[in-house]
Ligand binder design. Structure first.
Ligand SMILES: NC(=O)c1ccc[n+]([C@@H]2O[C@H](COP(=O)([O-])OP(=O)(O)OC[C@H]3O[C@@H](n4cnc5c(N)ncnc54)[C@H](O)[C@@H]3O)[C@@H](O)[C@H]2O)c1
Length: 363
């Protein structure tokens, strides 16, 4: 979405932290912003400050855990600004506690704000955004905790943020033939007011029992975190450049690699499993890694992976997945025999050469 000026954005959690940072960046670039938040006092103060600097903003007190409140916000935004081009599902909360110790209301609250509210917003805003026929963008704020395990006590937050990432991945596929782009923001530590999350807990989710947002103390980490105004500029860049994954801390790439290593160990284990081998499951021990003409590599598998969002392709091109039946291996065949490499050969007369995937990845 290159053409930003004059476009209308709706941002949740706009009174504070990254939502406020996005509002500042968007209005500086000439956009109009409907700022939505549950914290009326902070919202008015933030809007007054921005208006004094000439920003075209308006405010809505909105509790995104209430479906009607989100639909009313969509209607009010259209009434005030005529339409909506950019939807930022940004508000989020956390409560720390071991998975079985958190109350059901703790779980419900975190899931309602971080996950279900995105569903409400997609249903309330997307039809409006599609109807105007103009280019637009949907951005949801997840977290690095939407991709990796944040550790003990982060269960509700981790689960809801994984859901946010999954929803944006699917939405990307659903909107890829429209002028509406999709992004998911996965920040590391950012210096915001998120430690005060419990003060924004609506009454219908009961008391917080003074639980902190995490079991481990993270106050110092957050204080040393990134300036939320920088995140606002980063999100604007991503919308302009149609960048799907928005990361704020490139050092955290290693955590993703470690997760992939663990997942690959699971596949290596499955590849050696006698039951799968006996069931002649394609992609088992006999799975071949194939070099496709043009230097690309792909594991042959019965599943077709949809083309990923922009930014999910390798330097040498997108990973290519192809269906193949593995050679039949008689039940009870010793694993050592299954692992015998076949000779290199050419597939369908192309320059494709097969490489035997002999050993499972190491731990
Ligand atoms: N701060 C970090 O280090 C960090 C890291 C990763 C992800 N995140 C995510 O970033 C997003 C923004 O959080 P932040 O760090 O700027 O915190 P923040 O507390 O400064 O801002 C969050 C805003 O959401 C609002 N809000 C809470 N519940 C709401 C509700 N029911 N309805 C409407 N508004 C509500 C709050 O009033 C607040 O203004 C969240 O989704 C959070 O999970 C934060």
């Amino acid at each position: 979405m290159r053409d930003i000026e004059g476009k209308v954005a709706f941002i949740t959690g706009a009174a504070s932290g990254m939502g406020l940072g996005m509002t500042k960046a968007f209005t500086k670039a000439g956009m109009k912003v409907m700022m939505a938040d549950i914290d009326e006092k902070r919202l008015q103060a933030a809007a007054a400050d921005l208006k004094a600097r000439g920003a075209d903003v308006d405010t809505l007190r909105c509790d995104i855990t209430i479906e009607d409140s989100v639909f009313a916000a969509a209607a009010a935004t259209v009434k005030r600004f005529g339409t909506v081009h950019v939807l930022c599902n940004n508000a989020g909360v956390s409560v720390g506690g071991l998975s079985e110790e958190l109350s059901q209301k703790d779980w419900d609250w975190v899931v309602a704000v971080n996950q279900t509210a995105i569903v409400y917003a997609m249903r309330a805003f997307l039809p409006l955004m599609k109807a105007n026929g103009e280019s637009g963008h949907v951005m949801s704020t997840a977290s690095m905790a939407g991709l990796v395990n944040a550790g003990a006590g982060w269960g509700a937050y981790n689960a809801s943020k994984h859901a946010a990432v999954a929803m944006m991945e699917v939405l990307y596929s659903e909107l890829k033939d429209t002028p509406i782009g999709v992004s998911v923001l996965c920040p590391g530590a950012v210096n915001t007011n998120i430690l005060e999350a419990a003060t924004h807990r609506p009454d219908h989710f009961g008391k917080s029992d003074d639980r902190p947002i995490a079991l481990n103390p993270i106050g110092e980490t957050l204080q040393q975190g990134l300036d939320p105004d920088v995140v606002g500029e980063l999100v604007l860049d991503a919308i302009r450049e149609n960048q799907f994954y928005i990361f704020t801390d490139p050092r955290m790439e290693r955590q993703i690699e470690r997760l992939f290593d663990r997942i690959k160990l699971g596949f290596a284990w499955a590849r050696k499993n006698e039951h799968l081998i006996a069931a002649n499951q394609p992609g088992g021990r006999s799975c071949r890694r194939v070099r496709i003409a043009g230097g690309r590599q792909g594991l042959r598998t019965p599943f077709r992976s949809p083309a990923g969002p922009p930014g999910t392709q390798t330097a040498s091109g997108p990973l290519r997945w192809k269906a193949q039946r593995a050679p039949r291996i008689p039940p009870g065949t010793a694993l050592s025999r299954v692992g015998t490499p076949p000779p290199a050969h050419t597939v369908r007369g192309s320059s494709t050469s097969a490489v035997w995937d002999r050993s499972p990845p190491r731990a």
